[in-house]
Ligand binder design. Structure first.
Ligand SMILES: C[S@@+](CC[C@H](N)C(=O)[O-])C[C@H]1O[C@@H](n2cnc3c(N)ncnc32)[C@H](O)[C@@H]1O
Length: 215
């Protein structure tokens, strides 16, 4: 199935509670979109539809960028593990000169394109896996809620630390996921992020915006 059609058919336009300035094509419930994703892609390995939710770490980081636009204004920004594109879109709204959303799931890529258009901003989606690539070329690196599984988490953290080592700002939004590093992070902000029992087994999570220090 055409990914853009799938996104449109299985989502509603929702404003995430911590970032109501941004509208996104999101799922209203978890089970139906998980099932629909598996059915539509039954022949291949199916990445879970992470793009259909605005995760607590991404909401915290997006909130921070909208409240502190000087963080990204006029800079070239990389958003790693972009999902719905919530962080990339916030960076574009905050005045980044160029935003690249790195996302390997083609359904997420379609969602990011639809969501960027919905918000009237320009975001370039890169579906090649950038995590082993050079750290040069980025003014700011961002990642929302990427510490939920290995090896993605450590690969993404390595790239963030390499970008930081070049003297660039690297920020991570995280609500206390299992693979959050225990060192090399400095807290910049902390938000109470409303969530759902269905998604997170609780009604709110603490989303922390961390500055990632060099390796
Ligand atoms: C939990 S989601 C977070 C999405 C978004 N940043 C947010 O906070 O709502 C993590 C995303 O990372 C993506 N991902 C996994 N491995 C990746 C890789 N090697 N490069 C880019 N994205 C990747 C997944 O497809 C998924 O959409």
């Amino acid at each position: 199935m055409d990914p853009a059609l799938f996104v449109r058919n299985n989502t509603e336009i929702i404003r995430p509670p911590l970032v109501p300035e941004i509208g996104l094509h999101l799922a209203t419930q978890m089970t139906p979109i998980w099932q629909a994703t598996e059915e539509s892609l039954a022949r291949g390995a199916v990445p879970p539809p992470y793009w259909a939710f605005a995760w607590a770490g991404g909401q915290a980081l997006a909130r921070y960028l909208l409240d502190h636009p000087e963080t990204v204004a006029g800079r070239e920004v990389l958003d790693i593990g972009s999902g719905s594109g919530i962080v990339a879109i916030a960076a574009a709204k905050a005045g980044a000169s160029r935003v690249v959303a790195a996302e390997i799931d083609p359904f997420a890529a379609a969602a990011i394109a639809l969501n960027a258009a919905l918000n009237g901003v320009s975001v370039t989606v890169e579906t090649r896996d950038l995590l082993n690539r050079a750290a040069a070329g980025w003014g700011v690196a961002l990642a929302g809620d990427i510490c939920y599984e290995e090896p993605m988490s450590s690969r993404a953290m390595t790239l963030l630390r390499r970008i930081a080592a070049r003297g660039r700002l690297a920020l991570l939004g995280d609500p206390g996921r299992a693979y959050l590093p225990r060192s090399g992070l400095v807290e910049r902000a902390r938000y109470e992020v409303p969530t759902t029992r269905e998604l997170e087994d609780r009604e709110a999570r603490e989303g922390v915006v961390w500055q990632v220090l060099p390796e």
